[in-house]
Design a protein around this ligand. Structure first.
Ligand code: SAM
Length: 316
């Protein structure tokens, strides 16, 4: 059964008395190249070109899919990964998925709202300690909360269990996730992503590849989490794990405060988190202008400022 054939999708939904639900952001992929390419990109990692089914994920690596829909991408993941867990909120799709994934022995589907789950527990219960890659054609209305929930579970001092997140999102969101500091697209989510990993836009997906067709173009972004925790990514971080976790937690608070009032100078925007004089001293020490705005600063800059502020605290 070709799950990306429009007549098949319609026939399947009809047979189960279903129709695409706007409230759940249901836009099903009807171009078979796209789920194959997303799953392939996830299996191969960065710079994978077209990806595809020739190369499977490294041994023991598992996949978590958020929102399998009728199972088109789930089937591709099943062929590339050792084990696949798919979390689907729509109860109506569960019997349909039993049919479309009947021959995929390595796939488990659960009927849950991903936002109500503890990612850490979900991974432990289903995958033990195995590395996991997340893959999803995300419902547009909860793209940011889902990404933030995944990033929140990242513990800076540890090698992450989630190695990468390969997601289909609105093109505009893709540009935001991959933006350079100081550009118009740069925002708090960009800096938050860069605290945990690197984002790269892989390819765009025209609206005609979906049923029903959304109003906008979409794109696939891959976020690769820093392999050995943040220590490998930023300069001279504390050796003590507890200290490192506190430092990154402070960097996160600085980012949230800086972007909550992005038109203000950084020193003013951060005043609830750090006294103005201290922020100014940090900026001076880092060779940055004291009237700079947060939107010009990279995640690396925020970590350096946090380090300065905490170092100052630690001296007292
Ligand atoms: N993966 C399918 C595909 O590519 O054709 C469907 C993608 S569709 C854009 C999004 C899917 O996510 C739908 O199946 C929808 O029911 C599901 N979904 C929406 N919100 C969800 C949530 N909070 N938790 C789990 N699944 C969710």
């Amino acid at each position: 059964m070709n799950l990306c054939n429009l007549s098949t999708v319609r026939e399947l939904l009809d047979r189960y008395g279903l129709a695409p639900r706007k409230g759940f952001g249901q836009n099903f992929l009807i171009n078979p190249d796209v789920p194959a390419r997303i799953a392939g990109s996830s299996a191969l990692g960065f710079d994978c070109g077209w990806g595809g089914a020739d190369s499977t994920a490294p041994e023991g690596v598992c996949a978590l899919e958020i929102g399998p829909g009728i199972g088109a991408m789930t089937r591709e993941l099943s062929g590339l990964f050792e084990k696949v867990l798919a979390v689907e909120i729509d109860r109506g799709l569960i019997p349909l998925l039993s049919e479309t994934l009947e021959d995929c022995d390595n796939v488990t589907v659960i009927n849950e709202d991903f936002m109500n789950l503890s990612l850490k527990d979900l991974l432990r219960e289903n995958f033990g300690d195995s590395p996991v890659r997340i893959c999803a054609n995300l419902p547009y209305y909860i793209t940011s909360p889902i990404l933030m929930a995944v990033l929140e579970a990242y513990k800076p001092s540890e090698r992450p269990q989630v190695e990468s997140i390969t997601v289909l999102v609105q093109n505009e969101v893709a540009d935001r996730l991959c933006a350079e500091a100081g550009s118009n697209e740069y925002g708090s989510i960009t800096a938050a992503v860069n605290l945990c990993g690197e984002a790269k836009k892989l390819f765009t997906v025209p609206a005609g590849c979906f049923y029903p067709a959304p109003k906008v173009t979409s794109a696939v972004v891959q976020i690769t989490l820093y392999k050995n925790g943040v220590r490998a990514a930023f300069d001279s971080l504390p050796e003590d794990d507890g200290e490192l976790d506190k430092l990154i937690a402070l960097a996160k608070r600085l980012i949230a405060a800086a972007f909550a009032q992005r038109r203000k100078t950084l020193t003013n925007a951060l005043s609830s988190v750090s006294p103005k004089e201290k922020t100014e001293a940090a900026l001076e020490a880092l060779g940055l202008r004291t009237d700079i705005r947060g939107e010009k600063l990279s995640a690396k800059d925020f970590v350096a400022i946090a380090k300065y502020i905490r170092g100052d605290d630690n001296d007292k």
